[in-house]
Design a binder for this molecule. Structure first.
Ligand SMILES: O=C(O)CCC(=O)C(=O)O
Length: 274
């Protein structure tokens, strides 16, 4: 089952579509349990500063990246031949100041031409109070806009990059229950506020699902195959893991994270500790 014509129109007009039911709250709870069990077992590999590309070391996140209940919707936007660029675990501790400044994903990605979409799946309630993702509708139509690096301490983004002059009153707050997802366009301006609740707000961004026509514009860059045609040789294709945090998965993730950091920090005046 893919998106309805009305959902595709909404995405094209506003730059996002949500909420989309992917799985039951119980199933999302089970994913959360597996994730938190892995965080407890492998703290050196899974912590707040090491939260990228978890699908390369956690088999259940690898499987999630190919789950037809997500990918069928993605296919409605990018076509039948799909790769995945990365994943990001966006977790905010209860009553933490962590926030995400207004930004566009595509600005720092060094891939193109853009035929891609991010799926963001909630594993706990993502509400205005817990710091859900907020989108500025229609901003995807402007293409790339200027960002300023802030390196703000509580800013979860790599370089604290921020689009200036956004009017927060125009934001649409994407509230999701566990098991629901949003889909957003690589150029839509979005961000999120601190978590003011007693619970951990957890979302997994499958970021970004790319159509087969996309290419790296700086390299080397790593992807996993999701469905359809084989990955083009301009990418380095990595396998999904079969074991939790096994040495080969860790080596693949280290390579992908290094390339990810080199791309995201391109031209930056400083780097955070990774
Ligand atoms: O999870 C958040 O708070 C921000 C997510 C985000 O910026 C993204 O998925 O691109």
């Amino acid at each position: 089952m893919g998106l309805t014509a009305a959902q595709v129109d909404h995405f094209n007009e506003h730059g996002f579509v949500a909420p989309i039911d992917v799985m039951s709250a119980e199933e999302a709870g089970e994913l959360r349990r597996l994730l938190e069990e892995a965080e407890a077992a492998y703290p050196e590999h899974l912590h707040a500063e090491h939260r990228n590309n978890i699908h390369l070391v956690l088999p259940f996140i690898g499987e999630l990246s190919r789950d037809p209940r997500i990918v069928d919707y993605v296919e409605s936007l990018v076509g039948p031949d799909i790769m995945l660029w990365s994943t990001v675990l966006f977790a905010k501790a209860p009553h933490s100041g962590s926030f995400v400044s207004w930004h566009q994903d595509a600005t720092y990605m060094a891939v193109g031409p853009h035929n891609d979409v991010t799926a963001w799946l909630a594993l706990s309630p993502s509400t205005l109070e817990s710091g859900c993702v907020s989108m500025i509708p229609g901003t995807h139509k402007s293409g790339k806009v200027e960002h300023v690096d802030t390196f703000g301490e509580d800013n979860i983004l790599t370089r604290g990059q921020e689009v200036q002059g956004v009017d927060p009153d125009t934001a649409v707050h994407i509230e999701l229950q566990p098991g629901q997802m949003s889909l957003h366009h690589p150029w839509v301006v979005h961000g999120s506020q601190p978590n003011r609740t007693d619970y951990r707000r957890i979302g997994i961004a499958l970021q970004t699902y790319m159509g087969a026509d996309m290419r790296p514009t700086r390299g080397p860059q790593y992807v996993t195959h999701v469905r359809g045609a084989a990955v083009d040789s301009s990418w380095i294709e990595l396998p999904l893991p079969t074991e939790l945090c096994a040495p080969d998965g860790i080596a693949n993730r280290d390579a992908a994270n290094k390339s990810f950091a080199d791309i995201l920090y391109n031209g930056a005046e400083q780097r955070r500790k990774l």
